[in-house]
Design a protein around this ligand. Sequence first.
Ligand SMILES: Nc1ncnc2c1ncn2[C@@H]1O[C@H](COP(=O)(O)OP(=O)(O)OP(=O)(O)O)[C@@H](O)[C@H]1O
Ligand SMILES: [Mg+2]
Length: 248
Amino acid sequence: MSKDFSYDDLKDEEKKEFLKVSQVNKAYGTGDSRQEVLRGMDFSVAKGEFCVLLGPSGSGKSTLLNIIGGIDSADDGYISIGGDKLRDMDEKALTNYRRKHLGYVFQLYNLIPNLNVKENIEVGAYLSDNSLDTDELLHTLGLYEHRYKLPNQLSGGQQQRTSIGRAIVKNPDILLCDEPTGALDYNTSKEILKLIEEVNEKYGNTIIMVTHNEAIQQMADHVIKLRDGKVRKNIYNENKVKAQDLDW
Ligand SMILES: Nc1ncnc2c1ncn2[C@@H]1O[C@H](COP(=O)(O)OP(=O)(O)OP(=O)(O)O)[C@@H](O)[C@H]1O
Ligand SMILES: [Mg+2]
């Protein structure tokens, strides 16, 4: 596989199954403490789709995101992106995939404390050759006036917006968000959801967002409900609700 693969010229079939999770199993521990976390997990996500993963605590959501993100690996089955199986990538290709094609937003923002907002975002652009204009992105994020502040001078919502900026500045094909609003209050959560919606519409990134919040599923194109390591429901929304109009 070439080092600088691109997903810009996929065939229609490949776009439909842009991200494919095929019969993935994952267990932790051995003997009595062995726990089967993912058990035949199977679904696919189309390119540009906004997909929400819903499931109770412990159902394997973060485990699955980590495997899709190439920071953990499946025991069986495979994940493929644009037809390329992660398990067949060598270390170099996997690093390239993580650096250039993937953005990760964590529940706890993981910002670098001694860098300001602008610098934290620029960290995400490092090593990318497709990065967005930082100033324009700061405006989209509503952070332009705050760009010289350090993380400890920001509210939770502003910190999360900065971490979203860091993940999307390289304009990744896939944006993985693990409970991006988990630590935020109602109004701030809505602000973040509006921002993720805008990013999806503006840049066309494929988004996989994990949440506990049932109301959030209405804003997605595609909703996957997990329980006990399996897909229980796989739903496509005919009528999406704007983040602005969600209520919970
Ligand atoms: N590195 C690990 N070693 C051992 N067990 C693990 C590891 N990572 C996750 N687990 C276990 O796997 C199960 C699924 O964890 P995971 O973090 O994927 O759940 P989750 O759906 O993200 O839950 P939450 O909504 O609480 O974040 C849990 O029971 C957890 O204890
Ligand atoms: Mg989790």
